[in-house]
Design a binder for this molecule. Structure first.
Ligand SMILES: Nc1ncnc2c1ncn2[C@@H]1O[C@H](COP(=O)(O)OP(=O)(O)O)[C@@H](O)[C@H]1O
Ligand SMILES: [Mg+2]
Length: 371
């Protein structure tokens, strides 16, 4: 088990026109399953390669437990990495593929056999050990790649979008299997993905990355219930949070064409009210109800139905509110295009972001700490 710490690590690439700059400050606990989540190109693979030793930091330090490792070669870090495009040796059997990393490390044959038996059982590929990679399905091949990584008994396990090439059903199966495997082995794991469902379902904590920076690290439930910035709020959820621009005015948030929402309804858990001036009011689609009559009490966001998308389990109602489109995710509705509707929500279901895009309660806490 290994605690990983990246202290003020940055990495600059200067490849002709493009200069990429990544800053990663990150602590990963012993045995933790940490997921790095972010859009393509945000620097996830770079972060993994820094931990693996395939890149050296331009600044900062990387520690495994108390030992500084950023000057160490990949082979001295006892890290196993599995990529999206895992390559098995085509001319070797499954058994030989898995044995290979042990052979080159000089592990004696009986120890090798013992470990291979254990790992193939763990991954449910004991019946395929004599097969060649060409005879296996995509899922089985991915399992062999995982087995080959695990058999070395690494202290850190790095996975870079390992399920992206599998079909949806298999991806889901492998998700729970990987999670179980990691639980059983207790190996500190960093898993990279751009798929938020994957991240939310597997992670102990998710680190959300954007433009080379970690924007928030939190357990999945907290990431969903307290997105610290507008960017994270827009990134998490399906469909993501609705955000409406407004101004604090006379005890309410004035949303322009969308109406107004009384301040006390937006300030849940925050007795200090709302920030002055420009704000964004956020509501998740699943927290909105679609009413055809103006509610007798409380505020509502008023708009006109644009589209209705029935998706079986739920329906997405797209409502034009001023020049915005607001998504509501409801289980039952009979509204139609062009209907005038009122979107209502519970008091605790709104989020306020200040002019800098910071969750209002966060910016207040920060101000209080700075005082
Ligand atoms: N070796 C490199 N040389 C120059 N630029 C690089 C290099 N590696 C990564 N980058 C830059 O980082 C970007 C993608 O980083 P990466 O870590 O692969 O992102 P992600 O895995 O999140 O998609 C590339 O678009 C490129 O600009
Ligand atoms: Mg990548």
């Amino acid at each position: 088990m290994t605690h990983i710490s990246l202290e003020d690590v940055s990495k600059y690439f200067d490849a002709g026109e493009t200069v990429a700059n990544y800053r990663v400050d990150l602590e990963i606990d012993d045995g933790e399953f940490l997921v790095l989540l972010g859009p393509s190109g945000c620097g996830k693979t770079t972060a993994l390669r820094l931990i693996a030793g395939l890149e050296t930091p331009s600044e900062g330090a990387i520690y495994f437990d108390a030992e500084r490792v950023d000057e160490r070669s990949p082979s001295d870090r006892n890290v196993a990495m599995v990529f999206q495009n895992y390559a098995l040796y085509p001319h070797m059997s499954v058994q030989e593929n898995i044995a290979y990393p042990l052979k080159i490390r000089g592990v004696p044959p009986d120890e090798r056999d013992r470990r291979i038996a254990a790992v193939t059982k763990l991954l449910h590929i004991e019946d395929q050990v004599e097969s060649s990679p060409a005879e296996l399905s995509g899922g089985q091949r991915q399992r062999v790649a995982l087995a080959r990584a695990i058999v070395r008994e690494p202290s850190v396990f790095l996975l870079d979008e390992p399920l992206s090439n599998l079909d949806a059903k298999l991806r889901q199966e492998m998700r729970s299997e990987l999670k179980r495997l990691q639980d059983e082995l207790g190996i500190t794991t960093v898993y990279v993905t751009h798929n938020q469902e994957e991240a939310m379902s597997m992670a102990d904590r998710v680190a959300v990355m954007n433009e080379g920076t970690i924007r928030q690290i939190a357990p999945p439930s907290e990431l969903y219930s307290r997105p610290r910035t507008e960017w994270v709020a827009r990134f998490i959820g399906s469909p993501p949070m609705n955000l409406l621009g407004g101004t604090r005015r006379n005890g309410a948030i004035d949303l322009g064409d969308a109406g107004r929402v009384e301040l006390e309804r937006t300030a849940a858990g925050d007795p200090g009210g709302a920030p002055p001036g420009d704000v964004s009011l956020g509501v998740r689609p699943e927290d909105l109800s679609v009413e055809t009559e103006r509610p007798s009490a409380g505020s509502a966001i008023e708009g006109t139905v644009d589209t209705v998308e029935p998706l079986g389990e739920y329906t997405i109602v797209n409502v034009a509110v001023g020049d915005h489109l607001v998504n509501a995710k409801v289980t039952e509705t009979d509204v139609e295009r062009d209907d005038r509707v009122y979107l209502t929500f519970g008091d605790g279901d709104t989020y306020l972001y200040d002019a800098d895009g910071i969750l209002h309660t966060e910016s207040r806490a920060r101000e209080a700490a700075e005082r």
